[in-house]
Design a protein around this ligand. Structure first.
Ligand code: NGQ
Ligand code: ZN
Length: 453
């Protein structure tokens, strides 16, 4: 296969803007030759070219209920009342629905500048809890949706076994999520067969509430050492308190003390951390998976960003419940949550002169790539060719130097500044439009109307 040559006026590389960069794309991956030479045959991508952002946490089916849990119930609403609404919706979703919803969601992600998604997938079985004739039917629906949309996928089949820290059985509406360890490992193995540049299989433990210690150890002992491992860890205070009373320590501490937490781990919603946990998590090299718009929407709490960064912690972003689908909004709210609590400005920039937008963008590329378990998140030789071209004619970028572009992109835009998106060397978004968006949106509408009926 031949190499296609592109050039960018400014390319985000190695945590900074490099000027006049030549980018080769071959077999879906990048080959960087260095500075573009004027007059050399190549296609100009645009003025500002970024690596696509990995989205490290998604429950695709929840996209179709976004906005449907914002009406007050009889008492005080909370994460737990939202979860009841979500369970009610989840009951009705079958493989075709899931494929239609996920494909629409992934189109939206690409248009917003995400080029990879880690799908934390636990809607495994039929509504009554029995397996589909093809036990992997729901996972397969996710895989096919990602292929249709053209987004990179880390499929994380989720192990879900118990309804709480005390080991109580799954509730009636959780039965669709359940597996034995043996059946779970069979699912993981069957999904690994199709792995390649576009798809990586990892594992996910739903939470310490849902997986007993012996099952955690059994899974970790059975999978390759380099497989990504994701877990929901400390999102809500009631789960921190339940962990304290059942296990005598907080959830992040329990994990750090009982398994080898390292760079292949992603701790999603590591929201509630004491000082020791913040240090331990930062030193472990694991990724803190932050989902600021969902965490705000669900009333979770605020992550200790400044001290985590200061201790060398790794972080990435996810859109989780998809109440919003945009890396811009995740990063903006990550910073704004800190400002509101600390009554300070420019929190994610940790030294004088540093840009908040650049700090957050660079960190979430690196953490997102680590959580995805594949070579993405950088404009570098060998990385998958996932590129985002900004709309440099957008008024909010007028008169901005490269040094101010990231902050303007993250903080000042109200319309998407993403113009073109390349995923694995293929154009999937041109001029703000996804190449298959009308077919995928039409099918999505039919699916959600069917689910409503
Ligand atoms: C989930 N979502 O699995 O979809 C969870 C809620 C739970 C978020 N944590 C359910 N945002 O944690 O039990
Ligand atoms: Zn989640």
């Amino acid at each position: 296969m031949s190499t296609s040559m592109y050039r960018a006026d400014h390319a985000w590389q190695g945590n900074r803007w490099n000027q006049d960069m030549a980018l080769g794309v071959r077999d879906g991956r990048l080959a960087i030759d260095g500075q573009a030479i004027a007059g050399e045959p190549s296609i100009r991508l645009g003025k500002y070219v970024l690596p696509g952002m990995p989205n490290l946490h998604s429950h695709a089916f929840q996209r179709a209920m976004a906005g449907m849990a914002e009406r007050r119930g009889p008492g005080d609403d909370s994460f737990w009342t939202w979860r009841e609404t979500m369970y009610g919706f989840a009951q009705r979703v079958g493989p075709d629905d899931l494929k239609a919803i996920a494909a629409q969601l992934y189109v939206e992600m690409l248009k917003a500048g995400y080029t990879h998604v880690c799908e934390f997938h636990y809607l495994h079985h039929q509504p009554d809890g029995s397996p589909w004739p093809d036990a992997a039917a729901m996972s397969q629906a996710v895989v096919e949706a990602a292929e249709e949309a053209g987004i990179g996928l880390t499929i994380l089949p989720v192990l879900y076994m118990t309804g709480g820290f005390d080991g109580r059985p799954l509730g009636e509406r959780q039965r669709r999520f359940g597996h034995t360890v043996e059946a779970y490992l069979r699912l993981v193995q069957s999904l690994r067969d199709g792995d390649g540049m576009h798809k990586t299989t990892g594992v996910a433990l739903h939470s310490l509430r849902a997986v007993r210690p012996d099952a955690i150890h059994a899974v970790l002992g059975a999978i390759p050492r380099d497989m990504p491992v994701h877990i929901h860890i400390a999102e809500q205070m009631p789960e921190v308190e339940e962990c304290l009373s059942e296990r005598g320590c907080r959830p992040v501490q329990w994990l750090l003390d009982n398994v080898q937490v390292d760079a292949r781990w992603c701790l999603v919603h590591a929201t509630h951390l004491d000082a020791g946990e913040t240090r331990g998590l930062a030193q472990s090299g694991a990724v803190a998976g932050l989902c600021p718009t969902t965490e705000a929407n669900l009333g979770d709490g605020v992550f200790p960003l400044a001290s985590f960064i200061d201790q060398g912690g790794v972080l990435g972003i996810g859109s989780d419940s998809h109440i919003s689908v945009s890396p811009v909004e995740e990063l903006r709210w990550l910073e704004y949550g800190q400002r509101l609590v600390a009554r300070q400005r420019n929190v994610a920039a940790r030294h004088a002169g540093q840009s908040v937008g650049e700090s957050l963008f660079a960190r979430s590329l690196a953490g997102g790539a680590a959580a995805s378990g594949t070579a993405i998140g950088a404009i570098a030789t060998g990385a998958r060719a996932d590129l985002v071209v900004l709309d440099d004619l957008a008024p909010v970028l007028a008169a901005r130097d490269a040094a101010d572009v990231m902050d303007s992109f993250i903080f000042s835009g109200n319309v998407p500044l993403v113009r073109d998106v390349m995923a694995a060397g293929q154009w999937v978004v041109r001029d703000g439009q996804h190449i298959d968006q009308s077919r995928i949106a039409d099918r999505y509408r039919l699916a959600v109307e069917r689910l409503k009926a």
